[in-house]
Design a binder for this molecule. Sequence first.
Ligand SMILES: NC(=O)c1ccc[n+]([C@@H]2O[C@H](COP(=O)([O-])OP(=O)(O)OC[C@H]3O[C@@H](n4cnc5c(N)ncnc54)[C@H](OP(=O)(O)O)[C@@H]3O)[C@@H](O)[C@H]2O)c1
Length: 382
Amino acid sequence: MALPTSYSLKSGHRIPAIGLGTWQSKPNEVRDAVCAALQAGYRHIDAAAVYGNEKEVGEGIKLSGVPREEIFLTSKLWNTHHEPEHVEEGLEQTLRDLQVDYLDLYLIHWPVSFRYSATTTQPVNPETGLVDVIDVPTKDTWAAMEKLVEKGKVRSIGVSNFTRKRIEELLTTARIPPAVNQIEAHPYLQQRDLLEWSKQQGIVITAYSPLGNNIYNLPRAVDDPTVIQIAKELGKTPAQVLISWAIQRGTSVVPKSVTPERIRSNLEVFVLPEHAFERIQALDRHQRVNFPVRMGVDVFGEVGEETARQRAVEWARQQKMLAILAVNVTQPILWLMYFLNFLDRNAMVNGKLNNLSKDLHLHGTQYSTCVSILFVGWAYLS
Ligand SMILES: NC(=O)c1ccc[n+]([C@@H]2O[C@H](COP(=O)([O-])OP(=O)(O)OC[C@H]3O[C@@H](n4cnc5c(N)ncnc54)[C@H](OP(=O)(O)O)[C@@H]3O)[C@@H](O)[C@H]2O)c1
C-alpha cells in the first residue's frame, strides 16, 4: 500500500494530497517559502485573501519557474464579500494579487457573513463593538460561486469550516456540489463523523492546522509526546508522522512552513504501521483551536448562539481594556520623548537617553525626525 498523492474531486479535477499552507506567513517570507515549496516538488498552494499575502504568494509562484498549469492553486472568499454582487469582486482581487487568470479551487472561507467592506476584513459595528455580522443566505453566495465556474475563472468550488448540517442545507439548492470542505483536523480534533460522511458524499476533506498550530499557546499535536515517540521509533520527524497520518485517513493536508528544510521534509510522507496509526487515533479529544470568538456566531453548532454571542461581547470588552491600557502606557512615554526633542541632550546630566540615541545610530535631527514620526503615528492610530 502507498499513500495517495492526489484525490479526485466531484468537479472532475484532482487535488494534490499535500499543499503548502500560507496563513501567518509574513509577506516577506511567503514569497521564498512558496518558491522553495514549488522547487521542492509541491504542486498545491493554499492561499486566502484574508491572509494579506497573496501578492507575495503570486511572486513566489513566478519566481519558482514552475508553470501555472502544473500548480493547484486554492484561495478563499472572505466574509465581507458574501453578498452575490461582491463575490466576483473578491475573486478578481485575489486573481490580481496572485497574478493568475484562474483558480483551481475557490472556497467560502467561513459560513459567516460580514458587512461589505473593501478596506477592512473586520468591519466593526460601532454600536456593539462586535464584528458586523449580517445575514446572507449561503445559497445566494453559492449561486454566485457557481457562476465563477461557468465563466471559467475557477475550476472547482468548495467550502471551509462547514458542518455536515450546513452542507446538507447547501446541497438542497446547489447546482454544483462542493468539491472540498477545508476544516481544522489534527490528532486532537479528528472530526471522524464529518470525514466519513464527506467520503460518502464524494466531498474531499482538506485538513488545516494539521500540526496543531494555534494562537492560544495550547500544546500542539506536533509536540505531543506520543507523536514524538512514534517519530523516534520510525526514524521520522513528528511533522512527517502527522502529515502521513492525515493522508492515510483520507484527507488532503496543507501544512504551513516558511523554513526551507521543514518545507522539504514535510513532503516526505510514508505509510504508518497500523499500531502507530491507532496510537494517533487514540489522541482525539475534540480540542478545537480555530474558533473565531469575535464573530459571535455558533459556527460549529457546539456552544449555542447565546453563549457564542456572550463570548464575543466578553472578547470585545477585553480588546477595549487592552487598547485603553496600551494608550495609557504609551502616551506618557511618547510625550516625554517628544519633549526631549527640545532639550540639549548633550548637556543632560543623565546620559542614558544620549546612549539610546547613539545605540540606535541616530544623531541630531535624525532623532527628532524619528520621535516625531513615532508620535504622529501613535496619534493617528489612537
Ligand atoms: N480554512 C481555514 O479557516 C484555515 C484556518 C487555518 C489554517 N488554514 C490553512 O491551513 C494551513 C496550515 O495550518 P496552520 O498554518 O494553522 O498550521 P500548521 O500547519 O498546523 O502548523 C504550522 C506551524 O508549524 C511549524 N512547522 C512546520 N513544519 C514543521 C516541522 N516539520 N516541524 C516542526 N514545526 C513545523 C511552522 O513553523 P515555520 O513556518 O516557522 O516553519 C508553523 O509554526 C494554513 O497555513 C492555511 O493555509 C485554513
